[in-house]
Design a protein. Structure first.
Length: 379
């Protein structure tokens, strides 16, 4: 499948424009790459609700859970460099993790959301890293590890971060910049430097409206005591979208949902993954490590989302019996973010896609604004 830049732009540009005129987009950008090179880059709208600051080519935005893809790549790279297989047990590298019947959990189970650690019994602050790690060490799995999977909305980033710290001796955010961010010159951050703040689009909460599907999940999300509610509120804090616009919060290296960057940088990162782990004359991943990213490890009804989802080692995949594909092909993998951000790699066609925006939708999975553009690529 060979993309023609002019033809693809003719197909995508009108749909992208419709996102503003028909679907209430405020500001957004989309980037499509193939064979390690950009094919289409579009941006439009505004960085603020007063429409005083147009979205520019260098505008960056919060990508929410799309950050998990960056964090997963860091963990897999660390495993690769230290010749560690994902079949090995987490406790081999993180001894304190073995508490509360977790001694047999493998890296593969943890990375594919099968560990049963999507929520915590202890109430700890999301900005208190040490307290969250202690709580995870003492937490009993919420289901027998390896028997089911459920999206780890908040805890996942802490699990990734601590694995990198245990294996390479430095925080994941630092590893991200050293291994990927700086070598690839990515305008994509986990913990934003203060000098970059003037370019950040303000993030706005979803407007009230009819709850999306699946209805039961979104009802549970607002019901105290449910697994969905606990998963998305523990560790507690930073629940208001407006809090994420705070400069001090942007500086926090929150691997679960704190990444900030441009669509072009996010697509460039996934282009490296789609292009066999190579980009700009640099080699990042072996064929075996890329196989971990493309191979589905968990597929079926998600204990948290209550619909079919699928995961490889750290990345989301198309579920076998999902209503619609959210990634381009069966080999594709990536990670969406709450409210509408979306990104993936398609190694089969060496295509990468990224969409970022600042007016959130009432959805934690990809919405029509990005999915229409994905469909246009493959039409």
């Amino acid at each position: 499948m060979k993309l023609d830049a002019e033809d693809l732009k003719k197909r995508i540009a009108p749909l992208f424009q419709e996102n503003f005129t028909r679907f209430s987009e405020l500001g957004a950008a989309v980037s499509v790459w193939q064979n390690g090179k950009p094919v289409v880059d579009l941006h439009g709208g505004f960085c603020d609700v007063r429409r005083e600051h147009p979205w520019a080519s260098d505008t960056i935005a919060l990508i929410w859970s799309a950050t998990k893809g960056l964090g997963s790549a860091c963990v897999l790279h660390a495993l690769q460099e230290h010749e560690i297989d994902i079949s090995q047990r987490v406790a081999e590298f993180w001894p304190e993790f073995a508490q509360a019947r977790k001694e047999k959990i493998t890296l593969a189970e943890l990375l594919s959301h099968q560990g049963g650690l999507c929520a915590l019994d202890r109430r700890v602050d999301v900005l208190d890293y040490s307290a969250v790690i202690r709580a995870l060490e003492e937490q009993s799995p919420l289901w027998p590890p390896g028997t089911a999977h459920g999206y780890h909305a908040r805890t996942f980033g802490f699990l990734l971060d601590e694995l990198v710290r245990r294996i390479v001796g430095k925080p994941l955010a630092m590893y991200w910049r050293e291994v990927f961010g700086q070598p690839l010159k990515l305008d994509l951050w986990i913990g934003l430097p203060e000098k970059e703040n003037p370019r950040v689009a303000t993030m706005y909460a979803a407007k009230a409206g009819k709850p999306p599907e699946p209805r039961k999940f979104y009802v549970d999300l607002t019901t105290p005591g449910t697994l969905a509610r606990k998963t998305f509120t523990l560790p507690y804090g930073l629940h208001a979208v407006s809090a994420m616009n705070n400069i001090s919060v942007r500086a926090e290296p929150i691997v679960s949902f704190g990444g900030i960057g441009s669509a072009a940088a996010l697509a460039k990162f996934y282009s490296m993954l789609a292009n066999g782990g190579d980009l700009d004359g640099q080699h990042f991943f072996s064929r075996e490590t890329l196989r971990w990213m493309t191979t589905t490890l968990a597929d079926g009804i998600d204990c948290v989302f209550q619909i079919p989802t699928a995961f490889s080692a750290g990345f989301m995949k198309n579920a076998w019996n999902a209503r619609r594909r959210i990634f381009g092909t069966s080999m594709a993998f990536g990670h969406p973010g709450a409210g509408g951000s979306h990104a993936f790699a398609d190694p089969e066609n060496k295509i990468a896609f990224a969409y970022v925006m600042n007016q959130m939708e009432q959805s934690l999975l990809p919405v029509k604004k990005s999915l229409r553009l994905v469909d246009a690529i493959y039409s």
